[in-house]
Ligand binder design. Structure first.
Ligand code: ATP
Length: 617
C-alpha cells in the first residue's frame, strides 16, 4: 500500500490539529487503559468470590492490586470492588464522550480545511491547467473523493489507536496468562496473514469505485450541460440507460465490498468460536487447568479477539479508500505545479496602473498541449493604449488564443508580452508579483468571452460581482450602454430579478448585453469583446457599436469580430490566419486590398449577406 500518501494527509492533519491531536491520542490510550484496569479488577473480584486464588498463580500485579483489600472487612470487599468497577466504567464512558466530541471537531475541521485547500488550489491555478482538465473531475474529487480521504485519515488514526489499544490489552492479558495470550496472538497473526487477500480485494474495489464515481460525475455534468441538445434531439433514453448502467455498477461495487468485509468478518467469528473451543478443551483436557483460569481465558479471549477483527476491517476500509488518497494527492500536486498566484497576492489589492502606452507582443509562439501545429506562430504586434483594435480571421485562426496570451492567461512557448514596455508574461516566466503581474493587470481588464457567463443570482448581484461599489445609478448607466435598460425595466423585479442557472431565464442576446454592462461597470483600462455582439439583432448591435464609439479614447478596446461590418470604426485591424498575423492596418486600407484575405472576407460577407437578403425577400 502506498503508505506515503496516507502519511502525507496525516501530516496535514497534524499540521491542522497540532497539540489537540496528541491530546486526542492520549485520551484514546487513557480510555483503553481504564478498560484494561477494569479487566484486572476481575481477578480480585473472582478472588473475593472464592473462584480464583490469585496468589497461587503468582500473577504479577494482581496480588499487589488485591493487597489493600486485605485491610477491608470481607463483607465490604465485593461491594467495594463492584463500586470501583462501575466508577471506572463511568469515568471511561465520560472520557469517551469528551474525546469523541473533540475528535469530531478535529475531523470536521480537517475536512473543511481539505475542502478549502482543494478549492483554493483550483482558484490559484493558471488557465492552462483548466484547459487540460475536465471540469467534472473536480466535482468528483470535491464531492466524492474528499469525504473518502477524510474518512480514510480517520480510519488510519483509528487503526493506529486500536493497535495501541490492542497492545495495552495484550500486555494486560500477558500479565494474567502469557501462554494463553501468546496462543491468541499467534492465531490472530496467522489469520491476519491469511486475510491479506481481503485487503487486496478491498483496494481493487476502491480503485473501481473511484473510476465509477468519476464516470458518474462526468456523465451527470455533461448531460446537465447539454440538456437542451439531449431534449431537442430526443436522446433521453440513451442517456437514461447509460446512467442506469453506471448506477448498477456502483451498486454492485458497494455490494461486493460489503461481501468482502462480511466474509472476513465471518472468518474471524468462526475462528473465534473454534479457537475458544480449542483453548478451553486444551486447557481442561490436556493442560488440566482449573475452572477459575478457564474463566480468565474466556475473558481474555472475548476482549482481545474483537480487537483483531476490528483491526482487520479497518485495514480493509482503509485499503478501499486509498485510491481516493492517490486521486486527491495528485490533484493537489498538479494544482501546486500550475499555481500562478498565492493567497497573499489576492489580498494585496495591488491593481496594475491603467495602461498608458500599449500592449506589445514579441515573437509569440503557442501550442495547445502536444499539438504539432502552432495556435500562435511568431506574432509581433503593437496595440496602442486607448485605441480600438479588431482581430479578424477564420474560425480556428487563433484569435481567442491571442487574447488569452495578451492578458497573461496562457504562457507562450516562445516570445513575450509587454505592457507599457514592462514584461507581463514570457516563455521564461511571468514578470513576478506586485502590480506588474498578469493577475494585477487582469484586474484592470474586462473580458467578455464567447460564452457569456452569469451566476445563478439576481441581476444586481451579477453586476456587483464585477464592481462591488457601483451605485444604482452607475448600474443603470452601464445597462443603458449595453442597450439593456429597456428590457431590464420590463423584468418582473427589475434589478432584483433572479437570472436562473447561468442566466437561463434570459435570451442569448440579453445575456450578452448584461455581461457587457458588467464589463463596462468595472471601468476597465482594457475592454476585450470576443464575439460579444454575435447574438444581437442589428438594432441592438448598432446601438452597442455607437456606445463603443463613445468609449473610444477613454480605454483600450479590442474586439474579435466575425461580422466585419461591425468594425468599420476601429483604428487598426489585425488579420490572423492559421496562427499567423498576416496583415495589420486600418480598416479602409485593408478593405481596399480586394485580393487580400481581409478584402476577400469582406467581399464574401457583403455578397453573402446580399444574397441572403435577396433570397429572404
Ligand atoms: N483547449 C484547446 N485544446 C487544444 N486545441 C485548442 C484548444 N483551444 C483551441 N485550440 C486550437 O487552437 C487553434 C486556435 O483556436 P482559437 O480558439 O484561438 O481560434 P479562434 O480564431 O478564436 O476561433 P473561433 O473564431 O472559432 O472562436 C484552433 O486550431 C483550435 O483547434
Amino acid at each position: 500500500m502506498e503508505l506515503a500518501q496516507i502519511y502525507l494527509f496525516i501530516r496535514k492533519l497534524h499540521h491542522f490539529a497540532g497539540v489537540k491531536l496528541y491530546i486526542s491520542f492520549i485520551g484514546m490510550l487513557l480510555c483503553s487503559g481504564l478498560e484494561g484496569v477494569s479487566i484486572l479488577l476481575l481477578a480480585p473480584m473472582l478472588n473475593v468470590l472464592g473462584l480464583f486464588d490469585s496468589t497461587s498463580y503468582q500473577i504479577p500485579y494482581i496480588s499487589s492490586l488485591a493487597a489493600p483489600l486485605s485491610h477491608v472487612s470481607e463483607d465490604y470487599r465485593l461491594p467495594l470492588l463492584l463500586a470501583l468497577f462501575v466508577l471506572l466504567i463511568m469515568i471511561k464512558t465520560y472520557l469517551d464522550r469528551v474525546f469523541a466530541i473533540m475528535d469530531a471537531r478535529i475531523e470536521q475541521g480537517f475536512y473543511r480545511q481539505l475542502q478549502l485547500e482543494v478549492y483554493q488550489g483550483l482558484m490559484l491555478s493558471n488557465w492552462s491547467f483548466f484547459l487540460r482538465k475536465r471540469k467534472a473531475d473536480f466535482i468528483h474529487i470535491a464531492t466524492s473523493e474528499l469525504p473518502r480521504v477524510n474518512y480514510g485519515v480517520y480510519q488510519s488514526l483509528n487503526l493506529f489507536a486500536t493497535f495501541l489499544f490492542t497492545i495495552v490489552q495484550v500486555g494486560i492479558a500477558w500479565m494474567l496468562s502469557p501462554s494463553l495470550t501468546g496462543g491468541v496472538l499467534l492465531c490472530g497473526i496467522l489469520l491476519a496473514l491469511y486475510s491479506r487477500t481481503f485487503v487486496k480485494k478491498s483496494r481493487r474495489l476502491g480503485e473501481e469505485a473511484t473510476k465509477l464515481y468519476q464516470q458518474y460525475y462526468a456523465g451527470m455534468t455533461d448531460h446537465l450541460n447539454g440538456m437542451k441538445d439531449i431534449k431537442s434531439n430526443g436522446m433521453e433514453e440513451k442517456h437514461i440507460s447509460w446512467f442506469r448502467s453506471v448506477c448498477e455498477r456502483i451498486e454492485n461495487n458497494s455490494i461486493v465490498f460489503t461481501r468482502v468485509q462480511t466474509t472476513s468478518g465471518v472468518y474471524y467469528k468462526l475462528a473465534s468460536s473454534l479457537l475458544l473451543a480449542g483453548f478451553i478443551y486444551m486447557a481442561y483436557a490436556v493442560l488440566k487447568v482449573e475452572p477459575a483460569k478457564l474463566i480468565l481465558i474466556s475473558v481474555i479471549f472475548s476482549r482481545l479477539w474483537p480487537k483483531f477483527a476490528t483491526l482487520q476491517s479497518s485495514w480493509e476500509r482503509l485499503a478501499q479508500s486509498l485510491p481516493a488518497f492517490t486521486t486527491l494527492a495528485n490533484l493537489l500536486k498538479e494544482c501546486e505545479a500550475a499555481k500562478e498566484l498565492t493567497l497573499a497576492d489576492l489580498h494585496l489589492d495591488d491593481k496594475a496602473p491603467r495602461m498608458t502606452q500599449g500592449i506589445e507582443c514579441r515573437g509569440l509562439y503557442y501550442r495547445y498541449g502536444d499539438n504539432k501545429t502552432y495556435a500562435l506562430d511568431n506574432i509581433n504586434l503593437y496595440i496602442p493604449a486607448n485605441s480600438m483594435t479588431a482581430i479578424v480571421g477564420k474560425s480556428g485562426a487563433g484569435k481567442s488564443t491571442l487574447i488569452d496570451t495578451l492578458i497573461g492567461m496562457v504562457k507562450p512557448e516562445r516570445g513575450e508580452v509587454r505592457i507599457d514596455g514592462r514584461p507581463l508574461i514570457s516563455a521564461e516566466g511571468e514578470s513576478g508579483n506586485g502590480n506588474g503581474s498578469p493577475f494585477a493587470f487582469r484586474q484592470t481588464v474586462s473580458y467578455v468571452s464567447q460564452e457569456p457567463f452569469l451566476f445563478h443570482a439576481t441581476l444586481r448581484e451579477n453586476l456587483l460581482i464585477a464592481a462591488p461599489d457601483a451605485s444604482e445609478a452607475q448600474m443603470w448607466e452601464a445597462l443603458k450602454f449595453a442597450a439593456s435598460e429597456e428590457f431590464v425595466r420590463r423584468l418582473p423585479q427589475g434589478l432584483d430579478t433572479e437570472l436562473g442557472d447561468r442566466g437561463i431565464r434570459l435570451s442569448g442576446g440579453e445575456r450578452q448585453r448584461i455581461v457587457l454592462a458588467r464589463a463596462i461597470l468595472r471601468k476597465p483600462s482594457v475592454l476585450i469583446l470576443d464575439e460579444a455582439t454575435s447574438s444581437l439583432d442589428s438594432e441592438n448591435e448598432a446601438h452597442i457599436q455607437a456606445a463603443l464609439e463613445k468609449l473610444k479614447g477613454s480605454m483600450t478596446i479590442i474586439v474579435i469580430a466575425h461580422r466585419l461590418s461591425t468594425i468599420r470604426h476601429v483604428d487598426q485591424v489585425l488579420v490572423l490566419e492559421q496562427g499567423r498575423l498576416i496583415r495589420q492596418g486600418g480598416y479602409q486600407q485593408l478593405a481596399a486590398e480586394s485580393d487580400s484575405v481581409f478584402g476577400k472576407l469582406l467581399s464574401y460577407q457583403q455578397t453573402g449577406y446580399a444574397a441572403a437578403s435577396v433570397s429572404s425577400q
